[in-house]
Design a protein. Structure first.
Length: 125
């Protein structure tokens, strides 16, 4: 495991800058978001920043990375609106990729499992 040679805060700062820089290509933004899911770089405030900035994001790479972050850190309850918007965006004509669909499917399964735990069986009907 890496400790980023004592430069954790600098690495986080650079990765966050990449996430919000409009000059950075979307697949690079995806990689920066995925890098920030590393337990040694993770900060629970990141998801709020991402949800605000990428709320209406249409790019599959970025949405995929955000779904990975949500799954990795079990954030499906606090990001339900983003997940539901993702379902609306799943349109075959939008160029949605299979990876995004797979991550969204995993999130929906987690939400279904959560609902089963919270609600008695008869209320789900």
């Amino acid at each position: 495991m890496t400790y980023f040679y004592g430069e954790r805060d600098k690495v986080r700062s650079i990765l966050l800058q990449c996430c919000f820089d409009t000059e950075i290509r979307t697949y690079e933004v995806k990689e920066a978001i995925l890098a920030l899911t590393n337990p040694r770089l993770y900060d629970e405030s990141d998801i709020g920043k991402f949800m605000e900035y990428f709320a209406d994001e249409m790019d599959s790479d970025i949405r995929y990375a955000l779904y990975c972050d949500i799954l990795e850190h079990r954030l499906w309850e606090s990001t339900i609106d983003f997940v539901l918007k993702g379902i609306e965006k799943l349109n075959p004509n939008n160029g949605v990729n299979a990876s995004e669909r797979l991550r969204l499917k995993e999130l929906l399964k987690k939400l279904d499992s959560l609902l089963e735990q919270l609600l008695p069986p008869q209320s789900l009907l």
